[in-house]
Each structure stands twice: as structure tokens, then as C-alpha cells.
Design a binder for this molecule. Structure first.
Ligand code: SAM
Length: 332
């Protein structure tokens, strides 16, 4: 099944297909004269789907286990990583500690699968308030790269800076919001949410606040790289001190675990009727009530009223924990 659209509409419809989890990852997006065919897994709302006459498939990557089976025991094959992700030219992979001695071979096999990649990093998870990854080079040497997603260029050092694949839908959602608005992004990182908005939605101004100097450095570089310096103003520091009061049409709070401690600062930044996006990790069994309660209570403490517009799951965060985002209009 495909949807056939004119070239000038293709970007927007491709984004809709990704946001609705309907893009078929096995088939290529193809172009013929002034039309583009977007491969779908199911019907896309608002568009007529049709059968595809000449589907083009991506080449199936060989299994890692196939490539390494000659040298490995069956126990070792069972422990091999089944997934990894790519940021620019860097492959990031979690490897079971029982396979320590095989790391160089796994890295070589991964590099042979993705010839444009130069480096493989072993991932040990993300830590602390600054959300820094713990990663170790197992092949190659260059870890600074430019990752392109949805027409946005993110420069980063993949060994020192996180980039959550699971937040893709939220990055796309933000790329559709903020037109003509003044926006405050309180936990900007390298511009995960500010840059898609700045590139695609033409906001009046985005104040992008970031505490970690390393992430801030890449935020500044990516603002230049995407030619949005007229719209995005990066600010280094703690959002508790640097968030302005009463002028934002929209506030993004893209942090987890401790975000509730900053809610009153976020609410104070909004003009009456402004929109808050509050991210938080909560136990799945308390979804969505816990996240909504946080917002309602904080607004109340500020003498304001929160109208809940929606709450959605950004991703599964860990067993029994969901990363949620609440959208709330803050009145008065
Ligand atoms: C988890 S990242 C943002 C993730 C992003 N929402 C996404 O979609 O991938 C949060 C960022 O907030 C920054 N941060 C943490 N505490 C902060 C604070 N008090 N003020 C400003 N930035 C802060 C961290 O350094 C980090 O870069």
C-alpha cells in the first residue's frame, strides 16, 4: 500500500506517516516525475491509499549472528545484540558483559554493514541530571557527527551527548507547533525540540536554555548549521534562574524524573492562555493521573488554572515506567 502525493506535499505527508507509525520501513520512498510514493503499513487518515506497482525494497542487512557464527558458541550467539542505533556516522550498541572479549569483532561486523559509519560506541546507559551517556569507543575514533532527521541537522558528540530514538514522535509533533509564537525551551539539550520547531514552524523567538556546557556548545553550532540564529537564542545556565516571567506563548519542559521541581518556574513563564508541555516519567499504573495532578497542583500553587488539553505516552522508559507528556493551557 502507498500514498501517491505531489512532490511539494511529500515532506509533510511523510512526517504524518512517521508520526502515526504507518511508514513501512522495508520499502523505499520513490519519486516519479512530479509525484512521490510513500510506502505505508496501513491507511493514512485524510489520504487515499493504493497498491504500489513497482515497490523498491531496502537491501536486507545480514544478521549479526550469521556474520559471526563461525567463531562463536551457541550461548554467545544468543547473547549478541539484536538492536543498535545510528547517529550520523556513529553506531551505538549495548553489548552484554559476557561478550567483552568479542567487542572488537562485533564492532567490525557492524561497520561492514554500514559502510558510511566510522565509529562504534558501546553504550552503558544515561546518567544524572545532565542526562549524560556512558559510552566507550570499540572501533574507530571520531565521535563528533551530524545526525539528520526530518530535515533538521543535529551536531553532537555521540560519546558525550544523548539522543533518544524513542522521542522521535515528540520531535515531529513539536515541528508542527509554535508558529509566530514566543517559546521557552527550559531543558533544550542540543536543541532536540527547539530545532525542529525553528526549522519547520517559523516561531517568532525560541529561548533555548541548557545547563550542560557541552550540550550548549553543540546547540550553538546546530543553530548556525540550520540557519535559525534569527529565531533561536541559546542561553547557558540553570532554567530556574534564566527562565523569563509572563512572556511565553509556549513552554517546553523536555526533562524527566525531576521535571516537577521546575513546574512553577515553567508556569510563571507563560502569559495567560499560554501552552505548557510537561514531560515526566511516571509508573505506568498511574498514567495519566500522576502527571496531570502535578500540573494542576503547581498551577494552583501559582494562583492559576490549568486546562488539560491532552496527555500522551512519549515512550516506555523502563519496566513499569512510562515517559508521558501533558499539554495544558494555563489561564489567568
Ligand atoms: C533529557 S535532555 C532533553 C531530552 C529531549 N527532551 C529529547 O527529546 O530528547 C534534558 C536536558 O536538560 C538539561 N538540564 C538539566 N537540568 C537543567 C536545568 N536545571 N536547566 C537547564 N537545563 C537543564 C540537561 O543537561 C539535558 O541536556
Amino acid at each position: 500500500m502507498v500514498v501517491r502525493v505531489r512532490k511539494e506535499e511529500a515532506q509533510a505527508i511523510l512526517r504524518q506517516a512517521i508520526a502515526e507509525d504507518l511508514l513501512d520501513p522495508r520499502r523505499k520512498v520513490t519519486a516519479q516525475e512530479e509525484f512521490v510514493e510513500i510506502p505505508l503499513l496501513g491507511p493514512l487518515s485524510g489520504h487515499e491509499a493504493r497498491q504500489q506497482d513497482h515497490p523498491e525494497f531496502y537491501r536486507e542487512a545480514p544478521e549479526l549472528s550469521e556474520m559471526l557464527k563461525a567463531d562463536l558458541s551457541s550461548e554467545e550467539i544468543d547473547l549478541l545484540p539484536r538492536g543498535w542505533f545510528i547517529l550520523g556516522q556513529v553506531i551505538i550498541v549495548k553489548i552484554d558483559s559476557r561478550l567483552d572479549r568479542l567487542c572488537p569483532r562485533i564492532a567490525r561486523a557492524l561497520l561492514s554493514m554500514y559502510p558510511r559509519c566510522k565509529t562504534v560506541l558501546r553504550d552503558f546507559g544515561i546518567e544524572g541530571q545532565l542526562r549524560q551517556p556512558r559510552r566507550e569507543i570499540i572501533a574507530g575514533s571520531i565521535t563528533e557527527t551530524v545526525h539528520v532527521e526530518n530535515g533538521v541537522r543535529f551536531k553532537l558528540d555521540a560519546a558525550r551527548i544523548m539522543f533518544s530514538q524513542g522521542n522521535l514522535r515528540e520531535r515531529i509533533r513539536m515541528s508542527r507547533l509554535g508558529r509566530d509564537e514566543t517559546v521557552v525551551d527550559m531543558f533544550a539539550g542540543i536543541g532536540y525540540l527547539s530545532l525542529p520547531m525553528a526549522v519547520h514552524s517559523n516561531p517568532r523567538k525560541i529561548l533555548a536554555i541548557e545547563l550542560n556546557p557541552v550540550a550548549f556548545h553543540y546547540l550553538q553550532d546546530s543553530v548556525q548549521l540550520n540557519h535559525v540564529a534569527d529565531r533561536v537564542r541559546p542561553l547557558l545556565g540553570d532554567c530556574r534562574d534564566r527562565t523569563p516571567v509572563g512572556l511565553a506563548d509556549r513552554v517546553i519542559m523536555g526533562m524527566v524524573q525531576v521535571t516537577d521541581q521546575y513546574l512553577q518556574t515553567g508556569i510563571r513563564a507563560l502569559r495567560p492562555g499560554g501552552m505548557l508541555h510537561y514531560h515526566q516519567t511516571i509508573p505506568s499504573r498511574l498514567y495519566p493521573a500522576r502527571a496531570i495532578d502535578d500540573v494542576v497542583k503547581a498551577a494552583d500553587e501559582e494562583g492559576r488554572k490549568a486546562e488539560i488539553i491532552g496527555c500522551s505516552r512519549v515512550k516506555k522508559y523502563s519496566p513499569g515506567v512510562v515517559h508521558a507528556v501533558v499539554d495544558a493551557r494555563i489561564d489567568k
